[in-house]
Ligand binder design. Structure first.
Ligand SMILES: Cc1cc2nc3c(=O)[nH]c(=O)nc-3n(C[C@H](O)[C@H](O)[C@H](O)COP(=O)(O)OP(=O)(O)OC[C@H]3O[C@@H](n4cnc5c(N)ncnc54)[C@H](O)[C@@H]3O)c2cc1C
Length: 429
């Protein structure tokens, strides 16, 4: 896999609260639990374990939030890619409804953690709007809103006029509003989770790539690139779209595709008032979805597809800059001062997966680009599972690793799928 695009050009790296000290692991030793990956999942697992009196050590290859957690759109969106009725059809009424309620509650987890730990994280909670770009999309939204409302969520359909007004563009046919959603500065949140975990007693080491996991007796030996070793009974892998070859076959269970983002320079007050005037965040019904929001510095962020390979020049973001001008003509010609991207892990069933391929080794992977809330809540569930050994405390059943067929060819077929989706999504009118 090519070297990942660096974190530094992202808007979040420029505007985040300072990172806590997380020096590399230099001494070998023991840990109750070793967590590989310092994103929302690994950090939330560490925090919730430490709060239970279990001493975890987090090993992160680069820096806290280096992966999707420090690069995402900062949209805190409830639910999974599947609607509640799909989850019930797939998992049965009891488990499916439990999973839907878990997924619906993931946004509460984020805002509760920020409040409970007094994190230095710019955040707002006005709701998430999903705009429909086709008539069929409108029907899907109405069904989605009804299903969530039936589960007690503050969800409602928006007609075209209200959608136009709340989004600040007339390019959608209508939408729905889920009041549970909101916005955060994601890298500040990752750093806030790390501070809270450290305070609760976790150890966190950056620049400590894990290079080997070896079964030793009833436990594990975890080795870093520096040659330091930790002995432990439990390992949790939270490497998601940045998964390498650490566990055989794992990277082959997902497609790790890049999602691209641009941010404008800060907008004038007048322009700010014309776009998402009530502070909502938004994404749409396209298969290659567009997602946009304002941030706390008054910039407009636009995210969406890009080339499957790592970017080579600003041209790789040019399509998103054109889209900004089409959705918001008042921004035509505006300057963009940040361009970045990050990897999302997509599974064949568009569901996150939990695996336990060997005793004491738990793997979380595949959040399909919607993981701010999900991975925060997943970390808490993983900590409960480790503390209680009760598999029912996990929101999803543990499944077997199933590598995707023809995975070595995935670049080829993902590029073909992207081209096909671009055609079927249509342009922006
Ligand atoms: C561009 C983009 C936009 C997105 N927008 C949104 C959004 O608006 N809303 C939303 O809900 N979700 C969004 N997502 C998805 C969300 O960011 C992710 O689902 C979430 O951050 C995943 O968290 P994680 O902890 O599972 O993994 P990550 O944050 O990806 O962390 C994995 C970590 O593992 C580390 N690692 C890998 N291998 C090793 C190793 N061998 N040793 C040590 N460390 C290792 C990596 O360096 C990385 O830091 C977006 C994602 C991207 C990329």
């Amino acid at each position: 896999m090519a070297e990942p695009f660096p974190l530094a050009p992202s808007l979040w790296a420029t505007t985040a609260a300072p990172a806590p000290e997380t020096p590399p692991l230099v001494e070998s030793g023991r840990a109750d639990v070793v967590i590989v990956g310092g994103g929302f999942c690994g950090l939330s697992t560490a925090l919730h374990l430490a709060e239970r009196g279990i001493r975890p050590v987090v090993l992160e290859a680069h820096e806290i939030g280096f992966g999707g957690s420090g690069r995402n759109g900062g949209q805190v969106i409830p639910g999974l890619k599947h609607d509640p009725a799909d989850l019930i059809a797939r998992f049965g009424r009891e488990r499916g409804e439990r999973l839907a309620r878990f997924a619906g509650g993931t946004t509460d987890t984020v805002f509760d953690l920020i409040a409970r730990h007094g994190m230095d994280v710019p955040h707002r909670r006005e709701g998430w709007i999903q705009g429909a770009h086709t008539e069929a999309g409108l029907d899907d939204l109405a069904r989605r809103a009804r299903q969530w409302a039936d589960l007690g969520a503050p969800a409602r359909v928006l007609d075209k006029d209200e959608t136009d007004r709340l989004l600040g563009t007339d390019r959608y046919l209508g939408g729905w509003l889920d009041g549970r959603g909101g916005a955060i500065q994601p890298l500040s949140y990752a750093r806030g989770l790390a501070r809270a975990a450290l305070k609760a007693g976790a150890a966190i080491h950056g620049r400590s790539p894990v290079t080997a996991l070896d079964r030793t007796g009833s436990g594990w030996t975890v080795t870093t690139a520096q040659g330091t070793r930790l002995a432990t009974e439990r390992v949790v892998l939270c490497t998601n779209g940045y998964t390498g070859g650490l566990w055989p076959g794992l990277a082959q269970t997902v497609i790790a595709a890049n999602s691209f983002q641009v941010a404008t320079v800060p907008l004038s007050d007048n322009l700010r008032r014309s776009i998402l005037p009530e502070g909502h965040v938004s994404s749409d019904t396209r298969k290659l979805l567009l997602y946009f929001r304002l941030d706390h510095t008054g910039r407009l962020l636009m995210g969406g597809r890009g080339p499957f390979r790592e970017p080579r020049s600003p041209q790789d973001w040019a399509h998103l800059e054109r889209i900004v001008g089409k959705l918001f003509p008042q921004l035509d010609g505006i300057a963009f001062d940040h361009r970045w991207c990050g990897r999302v892990a997509i599974t064949r069933d568009y569901l996150p997966h939990l695996h336990e391929p060997a005793p004491g080794l738990l793997i979380d992977i595949g959040c399909q680009g919607r993981g701010v809330g999900l991975q925060s809540a997943m970390g808490r569930a993983i900590a409960t599972y480790i503390a209680t050994s009760d598999a029912d405390s996990l929101p999803l059943p543990l499944t077997q690793l199933r590598p995707l067929p023809l995975h070595p060819l995935h670049r080829l077929y993902v590029s073909a799928i992207i081209a096909w989706y671009r055609l079927s999504d249509g342009g922006i009118r």
